[in-house]
Design a protein around this ligand. Structure first.
Ligand SMILES: [Zn+2]
Length: 291
């Protein structure tokens, strides 16, 4: 895990150079994360000569992630320009899609990989100034860029999105988007619009997606979700009596589940499952079941 992001260190070139010489490195390749096969897979961080080789092969500037629990500096490096980094660096492990490989990882394993993936993606996709089209220059160890033509300065974006577990009495509402894996149902979710409060966003999404009215709303928890750049903000919403109506084509199914129906054997028999342990949706459902 990353114990401290040490944001002030990003503006200290000499300190960063010293950190880099003894760095632990989380490599990212074309959006994928380096993991060791297993159930669940485990993250692979590079150290020593391998870390230095990865930093050398990265081409782009290394991104400073902070320090781990032992106080060691941790960097992310994007190896996307290397055709086969496993071969080039003599690695034993594989680059895998984090959403698949990370599904059953503990949060402490998953979160640093998600952090590295998200910040690498922002650096890779943010090359030109949105105001004038000029090239951007990297600053602050991967956490800021400034335009070489005008004064524009840009920072990594995070898009807020709400996740809502609707409940009424002894049942909660889970729904399917058409793109979900077969059988998966989850809490409702949607992006916050400009000028909108989180509370208004929850009421709007519940109304738009399932035609229900929120009576009571409480904040539950949040999770950084860099796929590609979201922050999921989780709520519990008690809804007024009323029929579920799928108002638009964002959802193909929504139904109520009792706690007993959410237990694994019952879900399996009905052909459903809800999202895996590393997700906020999982936490919202489990917390409700546990009450
Ligand atoms: Zn510009």
């Amino acid at each position: 895990m990353i114990a401290d992001r040490r944001a002030l260190r990003r503006k200290d070139p000499e300190g960063l150079a010293a950190d880099r010489a003894a760095a632990k490195v989380i490599p990212v390749w074309r959006g994928r994360s380096l993991v060791r096969a297993g159930r669940p897979p485990t993250p692979v961080w590079l150290e020593g000569e391998r870390a230095q080789a990865a930093l050398g092969a990265g081409g782009e500037e290394a991104i400073y992630l902070g320090v781990d629990a032992a106080g060691a500096a941790v960097f992310a490096i994007d190896l996307s320009d290397v055709d086969d980094p496993v071969d080039a660096l003599g690695l034993e492990d594989r680059f895998e899609d984090l959403r698949m490989a990370g599904a059953f990882m503990p949060a402490a394993d998953f979160e640093p990989l998600a952090y590295a993936r998200g910040i690498c993606r922002w650096n890779r996709t943010t090359r030109f100034c949105a105001s004038c089209g000029g090239a951007l220059r990297n600053e602050e160890a991967g956490f800021a860029k400034s335009c070489t033509e005008c004064d524009e300065k840009v920072f990594p974006r995070t898009d807020p999105a709400v996740m809502i577990l609707c409940v009424r009495g002894d049942r909660c509402l889970l729904a399917r988007q058409p793109g979900f894996p077969r059988g998966m149902v989850s809490a409702l979710a949607g992006f916050v619009e400009p000028g909108e409060s989180l509370e208004d966003c929850v009421r709007r999404e519940v109304g738009e997606e399932v035609g229900l009215t929120v009576e009571r709303l409480s904040y539950a928890a949040s999770q950084g979700w860099p796929f590609p750049q979201s922050l999921m903000i989780g709520f519990r919403a008690e809804v007024a009596p009323g029929e579920v109506r799928l108002e638009d084509d964002e959802l193909e199914e929504a139904r109520w589940f009792t706690r007993a129906e959410l237990e694994k054997p019952a879900m399996k028999a009905a052909g459903y499952f809800y999202p895996p342990p590393m997700s906020l949706a999982h936490r919202l459902v489990r917390e409700w079941i546990a009450e």
